[in-house]
Design a protein around this ligand. Structure first.
Ligand code: 5RP
Length: 262
């Protein structure tokens, strides 16, 4: 099975594997959404089944909830958990301050609520997610369906006064219909190309009526774990200003990959 994994999938896997070092029995763990977070859920599921790890998982999407239950993780709601020890999630972009753009999978609203209700947020990624300046990835903004054209116009007008390079706003589609989030809302993708002041942009966009939440995560992420296709993993922790590199030798072990990839 390992030979079927592309370098990028190997990178996501080793990042997820390294992130499990932050999870201990008794913890309440926020489970992110997306292809990288799915590796994490698979790894934690394996630890639950084979090593007796005892955790409660709070999924950030219906998709993640289904996978977590399938792999044997005890799933609870955020209301039941009240507060989490750690949330581990993927990202679409991260910069040197560990500011993020999230929401490529349409789950940034729940992801932000869950991450904010956690002692620590850890991002897992492959190296392609690192940027000098946020904004090449379109910024997702969750909006209510009511008054959509008005909300979109207000966003477009607001962007005229902000330090961004592009100003195109598009409604995210799934086939012929708008993409609908787990909260029943729509997503507008803001094609900004370059965001000069992410903190200001996030605050201003959220002031617009009809906007529920944008995909900028500022001062939320504490640690980024970056995997590489050759098994190297770099962990950067901005809470204690440390960077560590480890290397996994598991990439040729068919059993490990077949366990988690099937
Ligand atoms: C979902 C997200 C994901 O974390 C983000 O899109 C990254 O996904 P992937 O790990 O598949 O690249 O924010 O809303």
């Amino acid at each position: 099975m390992s030979s079927e994994l592309s370098p990028i999938e190997k990178a996501k896997f080793v990042a997820a594997k390294q992130a499990t070092e932050y999870v201990e029995s008794g913890m309440k763990v926020g489970l992110g959404t997306g292809s990288t977070a799915e590796w994490l859920v698979q790894c934690l599921g394996e630890m639950v089944r084979e090593e007796g790890l005892k955790i409660k998982g709070v999924p950030t999407s219906k998709r993640t909830a289904r996978l977590a239950m399938k792999v044997g993780i005890d799933v609870i709601t955020l209301d039941e958990a009240k507060w989490l020890d750690v949330t581990i999630d993927g990202t679409d972009e991260y910069d040197t301050d560990l500011s993020l753009i999230k929401g490529g999978g349409g789950a940034h609203l729940h992801e932000k609520v869950v991450a904010t209700a956690s002692d620590r947020m850890i991002v897992i990624a492959d190296a392609s997610k690192k940027v000098d300046t946020l904004g090449a990835f379109p910024l997702p903004v969750e909006v209510i369906p009511f008054g959509l054209p008005v909300t979109q116009s207000l966003i477009e007008e607001t962007l005229n006064g902000l330090d961004v390079l592009g100003r195109e706003v598009t409604l995210r589609m799934k086939g012929d219909a708008p993409f609908v989030t787990d909260e029943g809302n729509f997503i507008l993708d803001l094609h900004l190309k370059r965001i000069g002041n992410p903190r200001q942009l996030g605050l201003v966009i959220n002031q617009i009526p009809g906007v529920v939440e944008n995909g900028l995560f500022i001062d939320i992420c504490d640690v980024v774990i970056v995997g590489h296709g050759d098994g190297r993993v770099t962990t950067r922790d901005i809470t204690n200003n440390t960077t560590n590199v480890v290397r996994f030798d598991v990439l040729d072990d068919d059993n490990i990959f077949s366990d988690i990839a099937d």
